[in-house]
Design a protein around this ligand. Structure first.
Ligand SMILES: O=C1O[C@H](COP(=O)(O)O)[C@@H](O)[C@H](O)[C@H]1O
Length: 256
């Protein structure tokens, strides 16, 4: 199988979330048979949280040895710890608080209540990535990266026509003036996202159809950041029927 982008179309958001949850559990169990730990990058957003809830609800959830799973986030909203709109708060409620993760394996992004500036926070998380990196790299080898996609085609907190989309010489960027609230955020850059062995994008709803269609039809990364996403081994779009309305027919791998 090549690393061509694949689109898997599901009936609706819940089916999509269940299918992605099942794939995640199977993949992590397989990987943990072959390696000591698995590095996973989580996303925020509605579908991201739905996928984590589906993993939590799965009867197969505990077939994963969660003590060997290492958690990162691809982006975070610059809000106080515990704020309901923070991505990590939503990830905790959906899954992380319910499984046996080791606290040292959860790499929270900083928050304003840490008493540091947004730029310092970006530098701090970059240093955390570097500390976990193999020799010669600035970040760990990520096994699975989840991404949501906004109606404007943003991924993580890389928004269309914004400076962050262009950054290739840093791993984490401070984002200001985000068109989606809150205005300040932290985000992985595209080179870090694309270093992941697998990138699984999840999106549902008719408001995502145009961005998805453009991303798959060759729009520029600056205009539609999702267009610039390409994992090292696999890049798979898990979508529902509504979001798939403008997907080029030759890219549809499976329609459930
Ligand atoms: O703000 C964000 O939005 C995107 C997409 O969210 P969705 O609710 O439209 O699925 C998400 O991927 C990103 O992590 C988050 O910070």
């Amino acid at each position: 199988m090549t690393n061509a982008r694949r689109v898997l179309i599901h009936q609706d958001r819940d089916t999509l979330a269940g299918s992605l949850a099942a794939r995640f559990i199977t993949k992590v169990v397989d990987l943990l048979d072959q390696q000591a730990e698995v590095n996973v990058v989580l996303t925020g957003g509605t579908v991201g949280a739905a996928v984590l809830s589906a993993i939590n609800a799965s009867p197969a959830r505990d077939s994963i040895d969660w003590s060997r799973v290492v958690i990162w986030w691809g982006d975070e909203r610059w809000l106080p710890r515990g704020d309901a709109e923070r991505n990590d708060t939503q990830s905790r409620a959906a899954l992380l608080d319910h499984v046996n993760l080791r606290p040292e394996n959860i790499h929270w992004l900083p928050a304003p209540d840490d008493g540091i500036s947004l730029d310092e926070a970006a530098a701090l998380y970059a240093a955390e990535l570097a500390a976990a990196a193999p020799e010669g790299s600035d970040f760990p080898r990520f096994d699975v990266t989840f991404l949501g996609v906004g109606p404007d085609g943003h991924v993580a907190s890389l928004f269309p026509e914004s400076a962050g989309v262009r950054v290739t010489d840093a791993t984490v960027v401070a984002v200001r003036n985000s068109p989606k609230p809150p205005p300040e955020r932290l985000s992985f850059t595209l080179p870090v996202i694309n270093s992941s062995d697998r990138v699984w994008l999840a999106l549902a709803g008719s408001d995502k159809a145009s961005a998805l269609g453009l991303a798959l039809a060759g729009a520029s990364t600056l205009e539609v950041p999702a267009a610039g996403v390409e994992g090292r081994l696999r890049t798979v779009f898990f979508v529902d029927r509504d979001a798939a309305a403008e997907v080029p027919a030759d890219l549809i791998a499976v329609e459930y």
